[in-house]
Design a protein around this ligand. Sequence first.
Ligand SMILES: [Zn+2]
Length: 466
Amino acid sequence: MALIIKNGTIYTASDSYRADILAEGEKITHIAGKITAGKGDEVIDASGLEIYPGAIDVHTHLDMPFMGTVTADDFESGTIAAACGGTTALIDFATPAKGQPLGDAIKLWHKKAGGKSAIDYGFHIAIIEFNERVASEIPALIKEGITSIKCFLAYKGALMINDGEFIQTLEVAKRHGALVSVHAENGEMLTYLAGKLVAEGKTGPEYHEASHPAIAEGEAVHRGAALAKLAGTPLYIVHTSCKEALDEIKIAMADQRVIFGETCPQYLLLSNKLYHGNGFEAAKWVMSPPLRDGENNQIMWNAVRDGFIKVIATDHCSFNFKGQKDAGISSFAKIPNGAPGIGDRVNLVYSYGVAQGKISRNKFAEVMSTNPAKIFGMFPKKGSIAIGSDADFTIIDPAKKGKISVKTSHHKVDYNSFEGFKLHGMNVMTVSRGRLIARDDKFLGAIDHGQYLKRNKFNPDEWSAQ
Ligand SMILES: [Zn+2]
C-alpha cells in the first residue's frame, strides 16, 4: 500500500514548493505537482499544512543511570513523546560505567531500546576514560554504525576526562571515521566553585548557576577546539548556551576549522530568572550548562539564524521533581542535572522561531533535520525530502494554537520545563517510514516500529567549506 500526501507545501533546508509526495513501502518514490491516488492508497490531505523532513533529536538521555538515579523517561515514553511532538529519529548517549567495555554498554542500550522505540534510533558512545582497552574497542563500534563519540570536560570524578585522554580520543576517532562531541564546561572550575559555595552555606538550587559560570563554558570550548585543531579533526559542541562559548566557536570557524555548535530550546527560551523566587522548585531547571540571561537567549537565536549554531537538539534528560530532583534538597550539588524536552522541541522552535520571524522555514528544516542527519551520518536516508529517502515527515499546521502543560505531555516525568508556553504553529502529523505514527498529539504508531540506525562514518571532507 502507498501513502500519498497531497496539497501541502514542502520545506527543505534549501527549497520551498508545492507538491504531492508518494511513499511506497518505507521510501519516497515520487514527488510531483499532482499525484493521483490509486485504489487502496492512503491519502493525507495537507492543504494549508507545511511538510518538513522528519525532525531528528541527536541529544537524548533515555533510561540512563546518573547521579545516583535513573532518568525518568525510558525509550518507550521518550519515543512516544518524540513521535507525538513531530520527531522521527533520535540519537541517544550510550554511557558506560567506569571499567565497563564499550561493547557491553552498547549491548545494554540495544536492550533498552530494542522493541521499545516508536521511532528510529541510533547511539553515540560516551568515553569516560581513555586507555588501550578503550582505544582498541572504538573501531568495532564504528563498524556497527556508532560513528560519534561523546566526551565530557565537566563532571569531575564521574564522566570527566583530562586533556590528554581527550586528544587521544580525538586521534582514534579521526583515524577510524567518527566525530567527537564534547560537553564543554571546565570541570575543575565547577568543582571548585560548588565546594566553595556549599562551604559558605549557599546550598539552594539558585546557586547552581553561580557554580557553572559562562567563563567555564567559554574556556572549555576554547580548549576543546584547540585540542581538536592540534589533532587536525572537526569537533561538535553540545548544548551551547552563551556568548562566551559562541565567541569561541566563531573564532574557530574564522580560522577555517570545522566546528559544529548545537543548542537546545531551553537556551533559546528560558532565562535564569527561573532560579530566583521559585524556592526549591528552581531545581526543575538545574541542568548543565545552566540557563543564562535573556540577552543570551537572543544571542543564541541570532547564532542559529546566522549559521554559527548548526543543530537544535533537546538534551532531554528527565528527572521527577518529587523523588529525584529532591535528592538535592540539602545541596544543589546533589540535584540530578537535566530536564525534559523531547516532545516539545518541534512546537517550541516553530512557534518561537519560525512564527515569530527569528528563523526561516528553510533554516528550521536545516537545524531540526538536515544538519543533524548530515553531521551524524544519516543523510540522505534521513534529513531529506527526496526520492529514495525514508518517508519521514514532520507536518505542521501554522495556524494551530496550543499550550504546553505537564497535564497533556507524553513525557513520563512530573513537570514540564516549558509549562504554560503558548504555541502558535504545531506539529499535527508525524510520518515515519511511510506510516502515520501520530496525529494531533495522539500516538498512532507501534512501540516496536523504531529501527536501529546504523550510521555512516563521519567524513570531514564534506565539511571543509562551511
Ligand atoms: Zn546531555
